[in-house]
Design a protein around this ligand. Structure first.
Ligand SMILES: [Zn+2]
Length: 166
């Protein structure tokens, strides 16, 4: 039997979509909602996969530190990055692709969750990013990625200047 729990994390962030043909090319922001779906091999003596408070501390902790009240930009968006670097103080996070809801969900599932959740012995299998109340994107692990995923993932080993900047 498989058991999955979900923890919701709300945050605010600015972004723009590089090369977008419409209004999303402009700096703007959203009240985002991220839903993290987490599974574990078994429940503990109390009946938990993981304590919700631990999930909150790790997942909301990462979001608060890296994305909340920050700006998310594509590494290729030099003009946008130059602009955000001029603001003092500034907080922005560079992604290796456009900060769409799809890519934000993918980044959380592939890059953030394996590292953040590793120590707890649980695994995020799905992340949903709600950009508005009407629209969301969902990233799910491929079947092959399950189990092995958390063991072999490494965090930002590439040479992209991605990640958090202050
Ligand atoms: Zn937007």
């Amino acid at each position: 039997m498989g058991m999955t729990i979900m923890r919701r994390v709300k945050f605010n962030a600015g972004h723009r979509l590089f090369r977008h043909e419409g209004k999303c090319q402009f700096f703007h922001g959203h009240n985002y909602v991220a839903d993290f779906y987490v599974t574990g091999p078994e429940t503990d003596a109390v009946g938990r996969i993981i304590d919700f408070a631990q999930l909150k501390a790790l997942l909301k902790g990462w979001i608060d530190e890296n994305w909340d009240h920050g700006f998310l930009l594509n590494v290729e968006d030099e003009n946008g990055l130059n602009a955000i670097r001029m603001v003092e103080p500034t907080k922005y996070f560079v992604l290796p692709y456009n900060p769409t809801a799809e890519n934000m969900a993918r980044y959380l599932l592939d890059e953030v969750c394996p590292n953040v959740l590793n120590e707890l012995g649980v695994q995020a299998v799905k992340v949903v990013i709600w950009e508005t109340e009407e629209s969301c994107a969902e990233a799910t692990l491929d079947q092959d990625d399950k189990r092995e995923h958390s063991l072999f993932d490494s965090f930002q080993t590439d040479s992209f200047p991605t990640g958090l900047h202050w």
